[in-house]
Design a protein around this ligand. Structure first.
Ligand code: HEC
Length: 564
C-alpha cells in the first residue's frame, strides 16, 4: 500500500522524487555501441563509476565525449567512465559516437529508474555501497566530487545544477496495465516454459500471487538481463531459438511492477494454464528409448566426468532425424555430450570409443532449457548397427545425494535423407590464462574445404568464460561476424540455431575468439590466483566451438551462392 502511494506521487512529480544523492543505485546491464555488455555492479573494485548522460540531438551532449576522454586520462583504472544514452538506438549511436563507450538504454528503463532527465548531467556512483555520490554539472562540481569520492572524503556539494536539454520519455502508466490481458500472456510467452511445476526454473509462475510475490526479484533479473537467459548480441545474426524478451514487453513488465503489480479485473490466465508438459515434448513418443546407465551422485564435492556407453540394440542401421535426452535428476545434471562410434576392446582406449568417432554431429546432447528439435530439413545422421553411443555426463553436486536415471529418445527417418549432418570442431589445447587476468583472449580457427550450409554455432568454455565471438573470413577477402556473445554464462550451454542456414564457400575460415575473466570480479571463478590451462573439469578451461553443417555439391552451391 505504502509502495503504491509513493509511486502515485512520483508519477505526478517526477523531479521532486528524482534519485537523490545517498540513495541506492540498483544494478543493471546494458549493451554498448560495439556489442560489449556491462553490468554496473561488476565494478565493485573501482573507486567510482561515472555516468554521463547523452542525447545526440542536444548541444550540451557534445561536451560529454571530451570530458570523458580528459577524465579517463586523469583517473586511469581506478574509475570506470560510461556515457549513457536513453534516447537513441545503436545504429544512430554507432554513426555519431566518439571514443567513449556508450551504454545504450533503448528501453529507457535505466533512465527512468535513475531519473536521467537532462542531457549533459553527470552521476557518480560509489561502489562501496552502491549509492549515488553526486549528480549535476560536468565541470567544477563533478571534478571536486569525484576527487572526494576517490580519496574517500565526503563530498561537499552532492547536487549541482546541470544545464542541458530535457530527455523525453514515452509516457507510461503502470496502473493501467492489465494483469489478465497483458502481463500474464507476456509471462506465458517468455518465462513459463521454465518457471512451471517440474520446470528448470527455481520457482513456478502458477498464479498472480506467485508472480506478485516474486515481482521485485523479477524486476532485478530483467534489469540485469539475467532473465530470460539469452546471452547473444541482438545486433548480430538471427536465431530461431532466441529467448530474449522484446523491448516493449520488457518495458510493460517493469512499468507494471513499478506500479505495485496491480491485479486489476479479469480471470487469472496463469492459474488456468496447462503446466504439465508431456515427457517427450513436442516431438512426441520416440521410435527408440535407451536407458543411460544410472550414476550415483554424492551430496557434495566434485564429480569427475562420467562416461556411459549404450550399444545400438537394433539389428540394422538407422537414419536418425531427431533425438532428445530426458534428464533423470535435473538438480545435478549439468550437461551431456553425446558421440557414437566403435568401442575399443583392447589397448589404452579399451572400453572407450575409438578415435575418429562422430562428435556432436548427430545425436542430441543435453543442456538445461534447450528444446528438442528435428535435425534441419532433409538431413540426418546414420547410426550403424552395433555402434556404441557414448554419453559424457557432467554433474554438479546439489547438497543431497541422489541417483540420476537419464534416458535418450531417438526418432528415425523412414528412408535415407538427402544429406548427412556434420559438425566442425574448433578447439585450441594450448590456451594459457594468466592468474587474475580480467579479459584474456585466445583463438581457435578452421577452414571448410568444401561448400557448406551452416545451421548452428556453439561456443563453449567453463567457469571463467566471459565472452565469445565467431567470424567468417570468406575466400574473397570479406569478413562477417556470425555470432557475438558478450555475456557468456557457463550455466547456459546455448547452441545458437541460425534462423536461415548460411551458405559458405570452400575456403571459408571460421575464427572463434573466446575471452576469460580470471579475476576475483568474476563470481563464478573458483580461484583467481591460478594460471589456467586446457582441461575437462569446469575449474580448468576450454575453447571448444562446434559448428553444425552439411556439405553441398557444386551445382547446388552455384545456385545458393547466386541467391545470396
Ligand atoms: C530457459 C529457462 C528460463 C526462462 C525462459 C526464464 N527463466 Fe528465470 N530462471 C531459470 C533458472 C534455471 C533460474 C535459476 C538459475 C539462474 O538464476 O540462472 C532462474 C531464475 C530466475 C529468478 C531468480 C530466482 C532466484 O531465486 O534468484 C527470477 C526472478 C526469474 N528467473 C524470473 C524470470 C522471468 C521474469 C522470466 C521471463 C521474462 C524468466 N525467468 C525466464 C530459468 C528460466
Amino acid at each position: 500500500m505504502i509502495r503504491s502511494l509513493s509511486l502515485i506521487v512520483c508519477l505526478f512529480s517526477a523531479s521532486a522524487s528524482a534519485l537523490a544523492p545517498n540513495e541506492h543505485v540498483g544494478n543493471f546491464r546494458l549493451f554498448d555501441q560495439l556489442g560489449g555488455s556491462h553490468q554496473l555492479h561488476y565494478f565493485s573494485d573501482k573507486k567510482a563509476v561515472v555516468l554521463l548522460v547523452q542525447d545526440l540531438s542536444c548541444e550540451a551532449s557534445a561536451a560529454v565525449d571530451q570530458s570523458v576522454t580528459a577524465l579517463t586520462k586523469t583517473y586511469g583504472e581506478s574509475v570506470e567512465f560510461f556515457v549513457i544514452d536513453p534516447t537513441a538506438d545503436r545504429a544512430t549511436i554507432v554513426a555519431s559516437s566518439g571514443e567513449a563507450r556508450v551504454l545504450i538504454d533503448d528501453a529507457q528503463l535505466v533512465g527512468r529508474t535513475m531519473d536521467l532527465g537532462r542531457a549533459g548531467e553527470v552521476l557518480i556512483v560509489n561502489p562501496e555501497n552502491w549509492t549515488l555520490a553526486y549528480r549535476g554539472d560536468a565541470n567544477d562540481g563533478l571534478r571536486s566530487a569525484l576527487e572526494a569520492v576517490v580519496t574517500g572524503e565526503s563530498v561537499a556539494q552532492r547536487r549541482t545544477h546541470a544545464s542541458g536539454c530535457d530527455i523525453v520519455y514515452a509516457p507510461t502508466n503502470g496502473l493501467e496495465i492489465s494483469y489478465s490481458d497483458t502481463i500474464a500472456p507476456i509471462l506465458a510467452d517468455n518465462c513459463v516454459t521454465c518457471h512451471r511445476p517440474g520446470g528448470i526454473g527455481p520457482w513456478a509462475m502458477t498464479d498472480y500471487h506467485m508472480v506478485r510475490g516474486f515481482s521485485l526479484m523479477m524486476r532485478e533479473v530483467l534489469m540485469t538481463k539475467r532473465m530470460p537467459p539469452w546471452h547473444a548480441d541482438p545486433a548480430i545474426g538471427h536465431w530461431s531459438n532466441d529467448r530474449s524478451i522484446e523491448r516493449e514487453a520488457l518495458q510493460t513488465l517493469v512499468s507494471w511492477i513499478d506500479a505495485g503489480s496491480p491485479r486489476g479485473e479479469g480471470a487469472d490466465p496463469l492459474s488456468q494454464y496447462a503446466f504439465q508438459k508431456p515427457t517427450w515434448g513436442t516431438l512426441g513418443e520416440p521410435d527408440l528409448i535407451l536407458e543411460i546407465p544410472p550414476t550415483d551422485i554424492p551430496a557434495t564435492g566434485v564429480v569427475d566426468y562420467q562416461y556411459k556407453y549404450v550399444i545400438n540394440p537394433l539389428e540394422r542401421d538407422v537414419w536418425v532425424r531427431a533425438s532428445q535426452i530426458v534428464p533423470g535428476d535435473r538438480t545435478v545434471l549439468h550437461h551431456v555430450i553425446t558421440r557414437f562410434g566403435e568401442q575399443a576392446t583392447e589397448g589404452p582406449r579399451a572400453g572407450r570409443l575409438k578415435r575418429r568417432s562422430s562428435i556432436g554431429g548427430g545425436l542430441a546432447g543435453y543442456v538445461p532449457g534447450a528444446e528438442a528439435r528435428d535435425l534441419p530439413e532433409g538431413t540426418g545422421t546414420l547410426l550403424p548397427v552395433g555402434a556404441a553411443i557414448e554419453f559424457q555426463m557432467h554433474y554438479t553436486t546439489s547438497g543431497a545425494a541422489t541417483t540420476d536415471h537419464s534416458r535418450i529418445g531417438i526418432y528415425f527417418h523412414d528412408s535415407e535423407p538427402e544429406h548427412k549432418i556434420n559438425a566442425m570442431i574448433l578447439a585450441n589445447g594450448r590456451i594459457k590464462i594468466p592468474a587474475n587476468a580480467k579479459n584474456h583472449s585466445e583463438q581457435a580457427s578452421r577452414k571448410f574445404d568444401q561448400d557448406v550450409l551452416v545451421y548452428s554455432i556453439l561456443p563453449h568454455s567453463h567457469f571463467r568464460g566471459k565472452a565469445a565471438k565467431f567470424v567468417a573470413n570468406y575466400p574473397d577477402g570479406t569478413h562477417e561476424e556470425l555470432l557475438n556473445v558478450p555475456n557468456y554464462d557457463f550455466n547456459w550451454q546455448t547452441t545458437y540455431l541460425l534462423e536461415e542456414p548460411k551458405f559458405m564457400p570452400a575456403g571459408t575460415e571460421i575464427v572463434y575468439t573466446n575471452w576469460w575473466d580470471n579475476s576475483s570480479q568474476n563470481p563464478a571463478n573458483p580461484n583467481p590466483n591460478r594460471e589456467v590451462r586446457w582441461g575437462q573439469q569446469s575449474f580448468d578451461e576450454m575453447i571448444f566451438g562446434a559448428i553444425r553443417y552439411r556439405e553441398i555439391d557444386a551445382s547446388e552451391g552455384a545456385s545458393l551462392a547466386g541467391s545470396e
